[in-house]
Design a binder for this molecule. Structure first.
Ligand code: HEM
Length: 558
């Protein structure tokens, strides 16, 4: 009798069928029992118990609240997170399996995390940046982050930034010319803001230009923009977040192609600049003054300057210093040159690490400022009276003159500054910040201990829209940043650039660049829009953007 015949007979007698059902039933019961036991055991663990004390939605065995993410786009996940904080208040938790995620929107709690030297580690969400940025400032941790931050911060000193004003001006005028072809019809200004931002970064970070003698700068700029798009895609599409699926996808191949272009050029420029510096050193003709001399000059605080991003302590920003520094004006160096100079003076940084830092500046400086400037233009198009006030301020500074903006002029742009702050409040380009806790944290606002190992998500967007901090939070009102209003708010209630030791190293650069760029555009064009903020379709992943595009119209100023 063949095997087939035996199994057919047994099946006919119901023996195989019932055996199979029995095995499946026993298997299922054992699995459920194992899961239940595991779940009950997990509930006895301190980490889970502390997490469960924090309000949040009902969590299921094994998956926790992961079911809430299934089939959702990143945008919907962000909305869900917002919803949680509406339902559960300023401290809310979710479980991804047995991994605790806590959402914080209370400034006093946020301060504990951001102001600490212990919780400096980025969450695993930042892993997508690794192939591009390596261990650059944005994602590195521990001693490496500490020593590189110390090395890089001086390169953003205001005396260095002042030397960039010409680059900001020239590129702003170039984009004004490029935009002339859009006069009279609706267009997406983000493409233009993105392009001019890359051009400026190429020059200030690496000393290269997109329109230089060879094609490399152009290809590099395109690759940076496309890489930013890929990072967005990986945040948005669940299948691209999973490494094995991403590795099989065409997107991975495209990423490899783009990273080859980016890394080859950065490496080449680092090598060439280093060789040049070495030759000059050997010949005893190093450019003067040195970085130390440029930034060594003591700054005098200015009376009557406006608070920068402080909300209570009235810290003054370096940009409010009125002291034009001739030393800085004479010598313009890119961030890269400054890092090479520091390295040759004994700083502990390899060529590869310099490359990673340049790549990091290119990434962090690009998407953030491109989104920020695009939001400002859209809002000014909607709020004509605010735009007219900005224009009146610019007329007061420049009169009928077509001259370029100076560093001193940017200090006079007080109303434009408030417009930029208010835009970054309503539409913070980095809408949330995530950290991994290295130690337990006792919150200030409520009696909860958030255990070590938790991912803490700081909801910048939500904090900026709190009615108790900003009356009528959905109304665009630059006067929210009048000094008398900012001084009564908690310092951590306004954190577009984050705050504390790991805050944005480029914030003064960003503000200076935004002022030069936006003032140049507004002196040439009136921005028009027939939309309102309610029409904006926001997409919040790593960078806050509009999925409907940053649509505006231009009318030439007489
Ligand atoms: C409107 C423009 C900008 C905004 C809103 C912004 C915002 C931020 C935020 C929120 C962080 C902290 C991110 C986190 O902890 O996850 C950050 C970090 C950083 N930003 Fe910016 N940024 C802007 C422009 C720039 C520019 C122009 C540069 C460089 C030219 C820059 C360089 C960096 C770097 C290197 C870090 C990492 C700092 C560290 O971890 O020590 N940013 N930025």
């Amino acid at each position: 009798m063949s095997l087939d015949t035996v199994s057919e007979r047994l099946a006919g007698e119901g023996v195989v069928g019932s055996g199979w059902i029995l095995s499946v039933t026993v298997g299922a019961v054992l699995t459920v029992a194992a899961i239940t036991l595991f779940h009950l055991w997990m509930q006895t663990r301190r980490y889970v118990q502390l997490g469960n004390r924090i309000p949040g939605p009902v969590a299921y065995p094994l998956i926790g609240n992961a079911n809430m993410l299934l089939g959702k786009t990143h945008n919907q996940i962000m909305e869900k997170a917002m919803e949680l904080s509406y339902v559960y208040g300023t401290v809310a938790r979710g479980w991804l399996g047995y991994h605790l995620v806590v959402f914080l929107t209370e400034p006093a709690d946020v301060e504990i995390i951001l102001n600490s030297y212990v919780h400096l580690e980025k969450s695993s969400e930042y892993r997508f940046f690794k192939p591009w940025l390596g261990d650059g400032l944005l994602i590195s941790s521990g001693d490496k982050w500490r020593s590189h931050r110390k090395l890089i911060a001086p390169a953003f000193h205001q005396n260095v930034l002042k030397t960039f004003v010409d680059v900001f001006n020239d590129n702003s005028l170039a984009v004004v010319k490029r935009m002339a072809k859009e006069v009279g019809h609706v267009f997406d200004c983000h493409d233009y803001m993105s392009e001019v931002t890359v051009d400026i970064l190429l020059e200030t970070a690496m000393g290269s230009t997109r329109t230089g003698e060879n094609k490399e700068g152009f290809e590099y700029a395109m690759a940076v923009m496309k890489m930013c798009d890929i990072l967005h895609k990986r945040q948005l599409k669940i299948h691209l977040r999973l490494e094995p699926l991403f590795n099989l996808s065409g997107v991975k191949k495209e990423q490899e192609r783009l990273l080859h272009i980016i890394h080859s050029l950065t490496r080449k420029v680092v090598r060439e600049k280093k060789e040049l510096y070495g030759r000059q050193l050997a010949e005893g003709r190093l450019p003067s003054p040195s970085l130390t001399e440029i930034i060594g000059k003591q700054e005098k605080p200015v009376e009557g300057g406006v608070a920068f991003i402080s909300q209570g302590s009235m810290l003054r920003d370096d940009l409010d210093d009125n002291d034009e520094n001739d030393i800085g004006e004479k010598r313009r160096l890119a961030f890269l040159d400054l890092m090479i100079e520091s390295a040759s003076n004994g700083a502990n940084i390899t060529d590869e690490e310099i490359k990673e830092e340049v790549d990091t500046i290119m990434f962090e400086g690009h998407d953030t400022t491109a989104a920020g400037s695009s939001f400002v233009l859209c809002l000014l198009g909607i709020h004509q009276h605010v735009q007219e006030r900005v224009y009146a301020e610019l007329r007061q500074i420049f009169g009928d003159s077509q001259r370029k903006a100076t560093f001193g002029d940017t200090l006079e742009m007080k109303y434009l500054e408030r417009v930029i702050f208010e835009t970054l409040r309503m539409f913070p380009p980095v809408p949330m910040i995530a950290r991994k806790l290295n130690e337990d944290v006792q919150l200030a606002s409520k009696n909860y201990t958030v255990p070590a190992g938790t991912t803490v998500v700081i909801g910048t967007y939500k904090i900026h829209r709190r009615e108790d901090l900003y009356p009528h939070p959905d109304t665009f009102n630059p006067d929210n940043f009048l000094p008398e209003r900012t001084q009564h708010r908690h310092y951590y209630s306004y954190i577009p650039f984050s705050a504390g030791p790991r805050s944005c190293v480029g914030r003064k650069y960003a503000m200076l660049k935004l002022k030069v760029l936006l003032s140049t555009i507004l002196r040439h064009y009136r921005i028009v829009s027939n939309l309102t903020e309610k029409d904006f379709k926001l997409q919040a992943d790593i960078i806050l953007k509009r999925t409907d595009g940053f649509q505006i119209q231009l009318e030439p100023r007489a």
